[in-house]
Design a protein. Structure first.
Length: 255
């Protein structure tokens, strides 16, 4: 099975300093890429190389990504007006792609390192992935969790929500990149932050442990309140047709 990760790094300038990107990759992440590296090929504004068992492509593109997609992703990702305006008015972008048939968690980690190196350039605005859009500073800071052996889940998964008289419903996008079904919480009486954090925490657990949630099982999640007290919360798991997403999804209901 192959796994792929992709992102478009938005820029407010028509610049592409590959040497600077590779300098950051080496000095921050100890990953050395040059013409002698495994699988390395270079063309004008495009480079292809391998990190571990993953093939990467980094390509500079001298035009905007679709603006409507930027607007939609900005709303989905709850970005503020200032960032959204910067993103809408970007000038160019750098596309980053990663493909592997090996461990998707390792590939996702290396993908974050490469994208973070691109976003460290001074003219970078943020990155748009299939699941969300994130400003450069946040993505770079989140990627630093890898130095503590934590997966930067916020960079890889998005949790959207909607609210009506029945309560808060939320759903993930991005789990499918790891070969997992997306998840939903439906009609919760908890606040938005709690519902979103629960899905992020369960997504982390699933990805980090290569876990498959089974229809009918009970999932126990440890949560911490504002005072630092921890408690176990149990969830019933169902696997059936999605409500807010097309296809089959995992539903988690608090017991």
């Amino acid at each position: 099975m192959s796994f792929a990760f992709a992102g478009m790094c938005l820029q407010n300038s028509r610049e592409f300093d590959l040497n600077s990107i590779f300098f950051t990759l080496k000095n921050v992440w100890n990953i050395k890429v040059n013409a002698d590296s495994d699988g390395y090929t270079e063309e004008p504004y495009l480079v292809k190389f391998k990190i571990n068992d993953t093939t990467f492509i980094v390509k500079y593109v001298d035009f905007q990504v679709p603006i409507e997609e930027v607007k939609v992703k900005s709303v989905m990702s709850e970005m503020d007006e200032e960032f959204t305006n910067l993103a809408i008015n970007h000038i160019s972008h750098v596309a980053v792609g990663a493909v592997t048939e090996a461990n998707p968690v390792e590939t996702a980690s290396d993908f974050c390192k490469v994208v973070s190196s691109v976003l460290s350039e001074p003219y970078s605005i943020g990155v748009m992935t299939p699941s969300k859009i994130i400003d450069s500073n946040t993505f770079v800071q989140e990627t630093m969790f890898l130095k503590q052996d934590y997966l930067p889940i916020y960079n890889l998964i998005n949790v959207s929500y909607k609210e009506d008289k029945s309560g808060i419903s939320a759903f993930t996008t991005g789990l499918k990149d790891f070969g997992k079904p997306e998840m939903e919480i439906l009609d919760s009486d908890k606040d938005i932050d709690t519902v979103q954090m629960r899905l992020y925490n369960i997504a982390y657990y699933i990805i980090d442990n290569d876990k498959e949630l089974i229809d009918g099982e009970t999932l126990t999640l440890q949560e911490q309140d504002e005072e630092g007290n921890t408690s176990n919360v149990k969830f019933d798991v169902e696997y059936n047709d999605g409500i807010n997403i097309k296809g089959k999804t995992v539903k988690v209901y608090e017991l």
